[in-house]
Design a protein around this ligand. Structure first.
Ligand SMILES: *[C@@H]1O[C@H](CO)[C@@H](O)[C@H](O)[C@H]1NC(C)=O
Ligand SMILES: *[C@@H]1O[C@H](CO)[C@@H](O)[C@H](O)[C@H]1NC(C)=O
Length: 512
């Protein structure tokens, strides 16, 4: 009996590591702050056809509306209830988007904010995304409802009520994160409300959750909530499928709370990945691409099957959260494309591509004074649609990194090489590297300040391949560079350090 229970628990928790992507697809994209109607259209016209496995959406739950500063992006990380209306759209828009994305094989992952409600200074009134009344001073959120009995303050031992010292585990989990009212997830009632919210979304058809601020919740409480979640909707997923869980835990080392406390109950965001990769791509502190030879667990990262990886995310691309100045973003497009290509070619972790909007970046003494700015908006603060230009880029301040040819084609590369071994590593002891994924794909990068001119073993069958970075295979010919692989698997490469994209990628489907 005991064994049976153990097996059941283990079975449940193991399933939460599976992203449930259709057809073995291997990467998702975070469409940060997009409207539901635009995501639905993007699934149908672009993400489905180009092999994207899913979309991480911004928090759909009812949040506070902040007007000073003017509609910042972080207002959505301050829930006042679990009604499903936000600046991305209402519940009908959300349901329509989930349905349409699922129908073209693209999963939806919800950013779930369950650690806290709005800030203690959030005031009272109906300044919320569905117009529901709340009173932050009295910790009264009638739309859930939560009352002052449902918060952790009694357990917090700091003078301010906020987290003051990250070396104190109890503070980090029982006190307020930057003043946000901290929910008492130990309470059965609170767990029930959170699970009801997540289950409603599961029943609508979502495939899983990015769980916000997990470092600030006790793993045991999270495990209890996850245990209450329904199986996925069998209209799109096989019977018994568990929701994919990936937990935001910022662990760069140096704190008592580690990712390892959470990897038993779901995947975890590996923040070391982007921070360290940024150092290497920027060649800071003498770091080199050749050091990537043992990338992954060899660098002290969590095990690959527990990791959710990314080059940048919505927080650290604007200096929030963790990672610091080394993080590469679309603002450093040349380095960024190289970093994302490396991530998508390398087998470590489950990969997430970032899709951003521009803001008026203004860095003063290392701080971006406009890091709060919300998405491209109309005068009244409502989010603008994402217009698609004739050349397939996005307009109106939406960056759409996922539509950059180099990134879009590397998502396809990752799908094609899925399951293939990391092999045929080569480096020049400096910043020129290459590797294959079995006999299905090959990537070579030159981040040195001089030309790469070498004959390398690609591991691929002989033939002529289209480089999918400078172009791609189009109606039986290459729109960019061609690579001729000999019968022995070897090919000569010349990559000038002056090129906009000093890297080449070829794969089984780019063969002529
Ligand atoms: C790196 O690459 C270049 C050209 O491929 C080569 O000449 C050089 O010796 C290599 N090694 C180092 C340490 O730079
Ligand atoms: C590139 O390498 C080949 C073969 O080693 C050599 O013949 C050629 O001169 C090199 N080209 C340059 C520009 O160094």
């Amino acid at each position: 009996m005991k064994l049976l229970i153990l097996a059941t628990l283990l079975g449940l928790s193991l399933a939460q590591f599976n992203p449930n992507t259709r057809d073995g697809k291997t990467a998702i994209v975070h469409l940060f702050e997009w409207r539901w109607a635009d995501i639905a259209a993007e699934c149908e016209r672009y993400l489905g056809p180009n092999g994207f496995g899913g979309v991480q959406i911004s928090p759909p739950s009812e949040s506070i509306v902040v007007t000073n500063p003017w509609h910042p992006w972080w207002q959505r990380y301050q829930p006042i209830g679990y009604n499903l209306c936000s600046r991305s759209g209402n519940e009908n828009d959300l349901r329509d988007m989930i349905t349409r994305c699922n129908n073209v094989g693209v999963n939806i992952y919800v950013d779930a904010v369950i650690n806290h409600m709005c800030g203690a200074g959030g005031g009272s009134g109906t300044h919320s995304s569905c117009g529901s009344y709340f009173d932050a001073n009295r910790k009264d959120f009638p739309t859930v409802p939560y009352s002052n009995l449902d918060f952790n303050d009694g357990k917090c031992n700091t003078g301010s009520g906020n987290i003051e010292n990250y070396q104190d585990i109890n503070q980090v989990r029982n006190c307020r994160l930057v003043g946000l009212l901290d929910l008492a997830l130990e309470k059965d009632y609170v767990r029930g409300k959170v699970a009801d919210f997540m289950n409603k979304l599961i029943d609508m058809g979502v495939a899983g959750f990015r769980v916000d601020a997990c470092k600030h919740m006790w793993p045991g409480d999270l495990s209890a909530v996850y245990g209450r979640l329904n199986n996925l909707n069998t209209k799109w997923f096989s019977s018994g499928s568990r929701p994919f869980i990936f937990q935001e835990v910022i662990d760069l080392g140096g704190e008592p709370i580690t990712s390892g406390e959470y990897t038993g109950i779901g995947r975890v965001t590996e923040f070391k990945y982007g921070a360290r990769l940024g150092n290497i791509i920027r060649k800071w502190n003498g770091e080199k691409l050749s050091y990537l030879k043992n990338w992954g667990e060899g660098w002290g990262f969590m095990s690959s099957d527990k990791a959710l990886v990314f080059v940048d995310n919505h927080d650290n691309q604007r200096g929030h959260g963790a990672g610091g100045a080394s993080i590469v973003t679309f603002w450093d497009a040349r380095l960024y494309k190289m970093a994302v290509a490396f991530m998508l070619a390398h087998p470590y972790g489950f990969t997430r591509v970032m899709s951003s909007y521009r803001w008026d970046r203004n860095i003063v003494n290392g701080q971006d004074t406009n890091d709060w700015q919300g998405p491209p908006s109309n005068g009244d603060g409502s989010t603008k649609p994402v217009p698609i230009n004739p050349d397939s880029t996005c307009g109106d301040g939406w960056v759409c990194e996922h539509r950059w040819r180099q990134i879009k084609n590397m998502v396809a590369f990752r799908n094609i090489v899925n399951g293939q071994a990391f092999s045929n590593w080569w480096d020049n002891g400096s910043n020129q590297i290459a590797f294959s994924r079995g006999n299905k794909g090959f990537l070579v990068i030159n981040n040195d300040d001089w030309e790469l001119n070498d004959t390398l073993n690609t591991g691929l069958p002989g033939g002529t391949y289209c480089d999918v970075i400078s172009g791609q295979k189009e109606s039986g010919r290459c729109s960019g560079k061609e690579v001729v692989v000999g019968g022995d698997g070897r090919a000569s490469f010349r990559i000038s350090n002056q090129e906009e994209d000093p890297f080449i990628a070829i794969h089984a489907d780019s063969k002529l």
